[in-house]
Ligand binder design. Sequence first.
Ligand code: 23J
Ligand code: MN
Length: 262
Amino acid sequence: MPAPVTVLSLLVEELNNGRIKVVDLTQPLDSDTPVIDLPPQFAPSPPFSKEVISRYDDKGPAWYWNTIHLGEHTGTHFDAPAHWVTGKDLANNTLDTILVRKLIGPACVIDVSKEVARYEDFLLTREHVQAWEGEHSKISAGSWLLLRTDWSRRQGREDYLNINEDGPHSPGFHPDCVKFLAHERDVLGVGVETVGTDAGQAGGFDPPFPAHNIMQGSGRFGLASLCNLDQLPPVGAIVIASPLKIVDGSGSPLRVLALTPA
Ligand code: 23J
Ligand code: MN
């Protein structure tokens, strides 16, 4: 008896014949991976480091393994609702309690790379999103909203964090846009190419860090330091973003994969 044709068997077939491809939205993780730079009154997050436990040597002749040390919010990483004070009392707000159904969802990709090339502090507004919806389709509930800025092409800590006398400069979301995405579009979360989901200057917004404040405060997620968003269509890709199951964890590095029509 032949195996039945199902959506899942078709998915495997399309992956095998190349009509659906897997795009890696993850940056490599090493000691050079830039970590967010907070004002000096706040505790810093350590960079990634690793040390060898054994490498086919006296400490373990047939095996290689390392110990790793890093902040939860390092490199390509996931923000859980408990990361922000606004999300601290929500149900299922930590990595070990998030509903697994939410770890797979469709992606809407808004390309503002041209605007960001002209203006580093570019902020996405509600009006930009509505114009995008007019061209493509209304954002369906439970979608990731991914902001394509091409910021991931910046190499090295200095260019990537882009800090000057008045702090970091990088693109993000206007507070009103975050409210719109959370409350009028019910997105799963927002994903960005920058070091965090908030714009560089967002510490001075009302509320401060609106993407964290409002997204995490309404049980939604964040994805930071993504790359390869230029390989995704505006609609039609599916994102798999599954953080470590750290008990009481606020976030973790993860491998973010997109399934997309070739
Ligand atoms: C802590 C404080 C402020 C921010 C962040 C972390 C992040 O961007 C993050 O990685 O979640 S803005
Ligand atoms: Mn984070």
